[in-house]
Design a protein around this ligand. Structure first.
Ligand code: FAD
Length: 286
């Protein structure tokens, strides 16, 4: 097995194209675990952490562009990210421990393809887009279009994600992410919910996105749950309808960490709690 530090994004794409079974290496917190578990090892590990620009968080068109190799710790320290998308920041900061945060990236979390990846529901709710460089050049895709199934993405063999763009947000907008884990930290979400919403001057929800994690083969947007919130001030009936739509969208696995019934119930509970936090962050009062 070879290890190469890519000099730039194009170099990484060429290396990917030329290898039989390459693996991109950002923080390595999923890659190294997979390698230790066995299976066919990669013939080439391509380290992205030394590519100039991939470690930057920079403002762009009112939003922010987060380089693919920015770590969770760097995101947690970003005042601009915390101000614009606190729900995305809190989702990323839930990943692992202080040690893991020093390595793990949001892009690695997305591209690893886990249905329980904490940052992905928050990215879906934020309507984030992914910039990809591949053999045919550069393209931008909504995060939802990258998700395929457990351990799978729609990326082609030589595609690399170079950054994630979090768009500008209107006045009176807020987002939030919540997950349930059986322990207090260092565990995988049994269910997760992210909400992004904006309000009018009277505190009525004008627009919303609701996304769930760990309750389906990929994280999912739930448009019916968003619809239930729009036009409301999060009255009980709206929250109940949102929770019901979330439960209806669930198709979870049944395992020792959570039954189908438990995960389904949790999805509704977490969505309503995250909605309340997002609402307050948007300036609403409950
Ligand atoms: C102790 C521990 C605790 C953890 N806790 C959590 C948790 O609470 N929540 C959670 O969601 N996850 C958790 N994880 C999983 C992991 O830390 C995260 O998924 C992390 O965000 C992965 O990022 P990374 O940079 O380390 O990815 P890597 O391991 O470097 O890569 C992961 C995958 O993404 C691909 N990839 C990486 N960068 C790119 C790119 N730029 N373009 C295309 N593909 C790319 C790689 O090829 C690989 O398949 C934990 C892991 C450990 C070891």
């Amino acid at each position: 097995m070879r290890y190469i530090r890519a000099k730039n994004s194009q170099h990484a794409v060429s290396l990917m194209a030329g290898a039989v079974n390459p693996e991109l290496f950002a923080g390595g917190t999923d890659v190294l675990v997979k390698m230790k578990l066995g299976g066919t090892p990669p013939d080439l590990l391509i380290d992205l952490k030394h590519i100039a620009g991939m470690r930057e968080i920079r403002p762009e068109a009112g939003g922010i562009r987060v380089g693919a190799a920015v770590t969770g710790a760097e995101m947690g320290e970003s005042a601009v990210l915390q101000a614009l998308w606190p729900g995305v920041a809190e989702a990323v900061e839930l990943i692992g421990s202080t040690q893991v945060q020093g390595r793990a990236t949001m892009v690695g979390n997305l591209c690893n393809g886990s249905p329980a990846a904490d940052s992905v529901p928050a990215l879906l709710a934020a309507a984030a887009t992914v910039r990809i460089l591949g053999a045919k050049g550069e393209r931008d895709l909504p995060v939802a279009d990258v998700l395929e199934g457990p351990g799978k993405t729609t990326l082609n063999k030589s595609d690399i994600v170079t950054s994630i763009f979090l768009p500008a947000r209107p006045e009176r907008a807020g987002d939030a992410y919540l997950r349930f884990i059986p322990r207090t930290e260092m565990d995988i979400a049994v269910a997760g919910a992210a909400i992004s919403l904006s309000l009018d001057e009277a505190g009525v929800v004008l627009a919303a996105n609701v996304a769930l994690g760990a309750v389906a083969p990929t994280a999912v947007l739930v448009p019916q749950a968003a619809k239930a919130l729009i036009g409301s001030r999060l009255e009980a009936a709206a929250l109940d309808a949102c929770a019901r739509a979330c439960r209806d969208a669930c198709a979870p696995i049944d395992d020792r960490r959570g039954t189908v019934e438990f995960r389904t119930k949790l999805a509704g509970v977490l969505a309503t709690r995250a909605a309340k936090t997002a609402y307050i962050r948007a300036g609403g009062s409950l």
